[in-house]
Design a protein around this ligand. Structure first.
Ligand SMILES: [Zn+2]
Length: 54
C-alpha cells in the first residue's frame, strides 16, 4: 500500500496518508494544500459541534 508523509497544518505533526483515502487523492492533486491529521480533524469537528450548539 502506498502512503505519503504529510504535515498537519494544525499541530505540525507528520502523519501518513494512505492510498485510497480522500486525503491521499487530495495530496496527489495538490501537494501544497493543507492537510489535517485525524486527531486534529476530530478536534475540529468537536469544536464545530460545540459552536453549533452554543
Ligand atoms: Zn494535527
Amino acid at each position: 500500500m502506498f502512503s505519503y508523509e504529510v504535515i498537519c497544518f494544525s499541530c505540525r505533526k507528520a502523519f501518513r496518508v494512505y492510498e485510497g483515502s480522500k486525503e491521499y487523492e487530495r495530496f496527489k492533486k495538490n501537494r501544497n494544500s493543507a492537510f489535517c491529521c485525524e486527531d486534529c480533524h476530530h478536534q475540529i469537528r468537536i469544536e464545530a459541534i460545540k459552536y453549533f450548539f452554543r
